[in-house]
Design a protein around this ligand. Structure first.
Ligand code: PLP
Ligand code: ZN
Length: 414
């Protein structure tokens, strides 16, 4: 039995049956929301049932996901999600916050948030009988697909802009995917992927274009609900800081909260704060102008995972903030590098795109957009080892000393 009832277009609100469409709205190309059977779900399951699950991965939320139980026990596919939450007291105090959580997505099998979408998509691909999955990626989505495909024996073809960091590309190749570097940007790779999927009959995982990516990403929102909202009786709405490139992560997290609200399991909607790099801020620019018309920019930032000209989930990403009394913020590359250092100093090592979310919180706190009593959560989307060049830029070079105690004394000022 199908676990979802169909789709609704985020642009025109038209609804489609599950067998009527595969990717986007045929009328206007809008991204589709997957519709769950809310009344059936609320009859069959409850927050208590979910909380009782002994599956400490994203799959504990299977009742709320539009796929059936995957096989693949004992593989990395079953280890995605249920990522740790940290409460760093020094970092919170420095920002004047009483309650601060960091959610660390670097513990996912391929070391980024993207595993959540790719795990679900690999399962979905098997359900629709696809032999090959193809995706465009600036690095992490490809690594996630390559890793999950390798874990389950699925064939994956991945198109990456040739400017992607070398360690990221190496990771895809180690997983054994067919990796091709496109002489063009992410947007060019994205368009070619869709053409190839149509031409060769492959299943296209492209972020946001495939309606199931947001469903996988939704699991982080469900975890925030279970790990924070159900545990702590927060007096004020939780402020969640999310870095935004295509906007699919923030849209997926918003979808989680909307599904939970529809089920009657969430009273106080968290506020979603989208953070973009100043040089790749298409959604933040639209937010600041108060319009829903998102125009492409010529993206330029060291945070390669959010360096996007035209966000593929821009509209839903914008609404994630406007519909939850959140906001959009932009941060400079220098602020991102500073955030890498601040997070490092509490034991969390992240890549630039992840640090951007924290830099956004710093900015919001400094600007008084966030008050002492606002509980805040920063989603840290990717591991620091993904981009060692940026880490080197953030940290600088270590001093070289002669191999003597005197050398050590001088260097440490003892
Ligand atoms: C993809 C990615 C993002 C941004 O997600 P979008 O859905 O493109 O907005 C942020 N951080 C990291 C590490 C990513 O890989
Ligand atoms: Zn439409």
């Amino acid at each position: 039995m199908l676990k979802y009832t169909g789709y609704r277009c985020s642009v025109c609100d038209r609804e489609y049956a599950s067998d009527e469409v595969t990717y986007t709205c045929p009328v206007d190309g809008g991204n589709l929301d997957v519709l769950l059977d809310i009344s059936d779900l609320s009859r069959k399951t409850s927050p208590r049932d979910l909380q009782a699950s002994m599956d400490f991965s994203m799959w504990r939320y299977l009742p709320l996901l539009p796929v059936d139980e995957p096989a693949h026990h004992g593989t990395p596919l079953r280890r995605v999600g249920w990522t740790p939450l940290y409460r760093p007291p020094r970092l919170a105090a420095g920002l004047g916050l009483k309650q601060l959580w960091l959610k660390d997505e670097s513990t996912n099998p391929t070391a980024s948030f993207k595993d959540r979408a790719s795990a679900l998509l690999v399962v979905r691909a098997a359900e629709v009988g696809a032999e090959v999955i193809i995706t465009a990626s600036s690095g992490n989505a490809g690594a996630a697909l390559a890793g999950m495909a390798a874990a389950t024996g699925q064939m994956a073809v991945i198109l990456v802009p040739k400017t992607a960091p070398k360690p990221k590309v190496a990771q895809l190749r180690v997983y054994g995917a067919q990796v091709l570097l496109v002489d063009g940007n992410y947007d060019a790779a994205f368009d070619l992927t869709i053409e190839a999927a149509n031409e060769f009959g492959w299943y296209c995982r492209n972020t946001a274009y495939n309606p199931f990516t947001a469903e996988g990403k939704k699991t982080a929102g469900l975890e925030i609900w279970e790990q924070v909202l159900l545990k702590h009786n927060l007096a004020r709405p939780l402020c969640v800081f999310v870095s935004v490139g295509d906007g699919n992560i923030i849209a997926g997290i918003h979808k989680a909260f909307k599904d939970l609200h529809a089920l009657g399991w969430l009273e106080q909607m968290p506020r979603l704060f989208g953070v973009q790099a100043e040089g790749a801020a298409a959604v933040a620019i639209a937010y600041a102008s108060g319009v829903e018309d998102i125009r492409p920019v010529a993206a330029q930032t060291l945070a390669d995972s959010i360096s996007v000209d035209l966000p593929r989930d821009g509209l839903r990403a914008l609404r994630a903030a406007t519909q939850t009394v959140g906001a959009y913020l932009t941060v400079t590359d220098d602020e991102i590098l500073a955030a890498i250092r601040s997070l490092g100093q509490v034991g969390v090592f992240v890549e630039p795109a992840a640090a951007a979310a924290h830099a956004g919180l710093v900015k919001a706190a400094e600007a008084g957009q966030i008050q002492t009593d606002d509980p805040c959560l920063v989603l840290l989307t990717g591991a620091g080892l993904k981009d060692t060049q940026a880490a080197i830029r953030a940290a600088g070079d270590a001093p070289i000393i002669p191999p003597t105690l005197d050398g050590l004394r001088t260097a440490l000022g003892l």
